[in-house]
Structure formats: structure tokens, C-alpha cells
Design a binder for this molecule. Structure first.
Ligand SMILES: *[C@@H]1O[C@H](CO)[C@@H](O)[C@H](O)[C@H]1NC(C)=O
Length: 391
């Protein structure tokens, strides 16, 4: 989850426009800089911009900020390989549980004030309706204070473990999500050995629970692309060396792991290796104009499928499995159609897509536009019936 800056529209340029998926910018680029109708010139890095389906905005990545503060309205209250075969069923449908990572920048922070843990009764309500995967966000700075090679802080670990076990004991999968954007105390993690050691320690705690999934890190962004590859590989190596061999590992990419920019940014991640062959490429996709997931307005009723189809092809061409680890739309008919299109597409391509997780549930989201917290979250009340049809 992130915010992005929007540079104003390119509409009105007189020259011919670049076609779908064509290059439209980058250092030294002298060709067309506008896109045909329905496509957006989207910057992937200083050297390459591409025409991607969507309206006329330029997207530039900026600092993640969405969960740095909690909403005030309710503050303080509170085995087998993934499904194969096109047209099959999604293996996973669930939500992110977001609250233990709140209070970003305030470490360790105060339990009940800066951060909290998911509400188990709300989680069980979702499980009883069929949701079978929960991505539990947490802050690395609280789990390993001060230095990345430190031992795990026992009280935060105990609370996190209680949350995870309540999910997996009920038969669902629990994703451990260090919600850190490839950073630790705000600095890009460059010490891959320390990162491997962190994952080795964490995986050791959960190595006998096959319903746990390890998510290397939330939304790497504005980082060296080889470093993103190396951090993901270090995590995999640390996890497997711990003896955690039965679990899936979700890897994430640069540029906030966006599905819509994946094929321009993250193709080097195809080189990741896992002796257990249980890597799943986690991508995020929002449907608002800048793809940031900060607006209840979706670009169009078809934007869901448009923004993921290139990633679908990449997964299949590279014989990989993927998951949409974050998606959402506002509570309105255009978004509902776009979300339906997205999920229909994932289901129709379930040889490569394993599932999807809504952003987000948690006890502190209040009246947030996407809140999936039962019983009255805006997203939950509007989308629960629809999402249940994909289980
Ligand atoms: C863990 O949860 C308990 C309540 O069950 C709370 O009192 C404590 O402060 C929490 N500690 C941390 C570090 O999360």
C-alpha cells in the first residue's frame, strides 16, 4: 500500500501517439511521448516509460505512507502445488490483516496506541465464510529492535504467533508480512546476510507449521533491481536453511510490486531459485487512476483485467505462479465491475494465478474506503457477497 504522485495529463499533444505497450519515454528517448487513447505513459525507471492501459496520468513512485497513522475514529479501541489448469478455481482468497505494522516510524511504539494485533473474532468470522488466507502485516523494527541481526523480541513475537496460530489452527493459511518496503528504520536494507539471518530466525519459529507462508517483504520500491533480487534470494535461502521446507514463499518486486509495471521492472526476478520449488510471485494491483489504492474511484469497469494481463503472460511464459497480494476497489458499481473482471481473469488463468487478497481488514481501519473488517467495514459490506463467489 502506498501513495504516488500524479503528474498532470499528457492529453492535447498534437503529434501521433505511441501504441499499446510501446515505449514512450526515458533518458535519451526521442520518440513519441504520448499514448493512444486508453493508454497511459507510465514511468518504470529513468530509462524506460511504457504505454499501459489506463487514463492519461504519469506515475512516479514516492514514499509509502498509507499505514503510518491509524484512523482516529476507532483508534485505541480496540503442500500441494497451486491449482493448475486454466479456468479452474483459485487456491486462495483472503485479506490482509493490517494493524501490527501501524505507527510506522514509532518504534517500538506502544501496544494499543501505536499498533495492535488483528481481532481474532473478526478473523474467525471471515474464515467461517470461506476466506482461507490472511496476510498479517508486522514491523521488522518491533520484531528485531535496533539491529537486523538481533534476536527476536519475545513479546511482540508471542503476540504475532498467537495471531498466526489462530488462523492456521482454523485451517486457513497465514502469511507473515514484514511490512517494510525493503527498509529497516527507514533505510534501504543492503546487507543481504543480515536479511538472510532475520529470515532464518523467523522461519525457525514457524518451520513446523505448513500453513504459514513467508512473504519476503512488502513493496520494495526505488531500490536497485539487483538488490531486490538478492534480498529475495537471501530470504529464500535463510528460510530453507532453517528447516522450513514445506511452506510457500511469496516474493515481491520493486516499484511497489505492481502487477501493471511488473514486466518492465521485475523480469530479473525470474532467476530466483528455491530447492522446494514453492515460490509464488506476489503482485499488488489497485484500480484507481494512479494505482495507489487511495481513491474510491476506479479508472473504468475494465481496468482490473487490463492492469494484470501482461503479468499473466509473464507468469505463463516463465512457468511461474503468482498471487495478487493486495487489491481493492471503492464501494461503487464501476469498481465492482472492475473487481469482478480482475477476479474472473485470475480464475480463468488459475494455472498461473493462485489467488488474491483484499486490502485490508483490521480493527483500526474505521470508515476507510476499503475496510474489510466485519461486520460493518465499507469494503466488507459492499464486496463480501461478490468475493465469496470465487471460493
Ligand atoms: C502483547 O499483547 C498483550 C495483550 O495480550 C499486551 O498486553 C502486550 O502489551 C503486547 N505486547 C506487544 C509487544 O505487542
Amino acid at each position: 500500500m502506498k501513495t504516488v504522485a500524479i503528474v498532470s495529463a499528457l492529453a492535447g499533444a498534437a503529434s501521433a501517439a505511441q501504441g499499446a505497450w510501446g515505449q514512450c519515454g526515458g533518458n535519451g528517448w526521442t520518440g513519441e511521448t504520448t499514448c493512444v487513447s486508453g493508454y497511459t505513459c507510465t514511468k518504470s525507471n529513468d530509462y524506460y516509460s511504457q504505454c499501459i492501459p489506463g487514463t492519461n496520468t504519469l506515475v512516479t513512485s514516492t514514499k509509502a505512507a498509507t499505514t503510518t497513522t491509524k484512523p482516529t475514529s476507532t483508534a485505541g479501541s480496540g503442500g500441494a502445488q497451486p491449482t493448475s489448469g486454466a479456468g479452474g478455481k483459485l487456491k486462495w482468497l483472503g485479506v490482509s490483516e493490517s494493524v501490527a505494522e501501524f505507527g510506522q516510524g514509532t518504534y517500538p511504539g506502544t501496544y494499543g496506541k501505536d499498533f495492535y494485533f488483528p481481532d481474532n473474532s473478526a478473523v474467525q468470522t471471515l474464515i467461517s465464510q470461506g476466506y482461507n488466507i490472511f496476510r498479517v502485516a508486522f514491523a521488522m523494527e518491533r520484531l528485531v529492535p535496533n539491529t537486523l541481526t538481533n534476536s527476536l523480541e519475545p513479546r511482540y513475537l508471542a503476540n504475532l504467533t498467537t495471531t498466526i496460530n489462530a488462523i492456521t489452527n482454523a485451517g486457513a493459511y497465514a502469511v507473515l508480512d514484514p511490512h517494510n518496503y525493503g527498509r529497516y528504520y527507514g533505510n534501504i536494507i543492503t546487507d543481504t546476510n543480515a536479511f538472510q539471518s532475520f529470515w532464518n530466525k523467523l522461519a525457525t519459529q514457524f518451520k513446523s507449521n505448513s500453513k504459514v507462508i513467508f512473504d519476503t517483504n512488502n513493496e520494495y520500491h526505488d531500490m536497485d533491481q539487483t538488490l531486490v533480487l538478492n534480498l529475495n534470494q537471501a530470504a529464500i535461502n535463510g528460510i530453507r536453511a532453517a528447516g522450513a521446507t514445506s511452506q510457500y514463499i511469496f516474493v515481491e518486486g520493486n516499484s511497489y510490486t505492481g502487477a501493471w509495471t511488473w514486466t518492465q521492472v521485475n523480469t530479473n526476478l525470474a532467476a530466483l531459485t528455491d530447492p522446494q520449488n514453492k515460490i509464488v510471485y506476489e503482485m499488488h494491483q489497485y484500480l484507481d487512476s494512479d494505482g495507489s489504492g487511495t481513491s474510491a474511484t476506479c479508472v473504468s469497469s475494465t481496468i482490473g483485467v487490463e492492469r494484470v494481463q501482461a503479468a499473466t503472460k509473464w507468469l505463463r511464459d516463465n512457468n511461474k505462479q503468482g498471487v495478487i497480494g493486495e487489491f481493492a476497489g471503492g464501494a461503487n458499481p464501476t469498481c465492482k465491475t472492475a473487481v469482478t473482471g480482475l477476479l474472473d481473469h485470475l480464475k480463468a488463468n488459475s494455472d498461473v494465478w493462485t489467488g488474491a487478497l483484499w486490502w485490508a481488514a483490521g480493527p483500526w481501519w474505521g470508515d476507510y474506503i476499503y475496510s474489510f473488517e466485519p461486520p460493518s467495514g465499507t469494503g466488507y459490506t459492499y464486496y463480501n457477497q461478490l468475493l465469496k463467489t470465487y471460493m
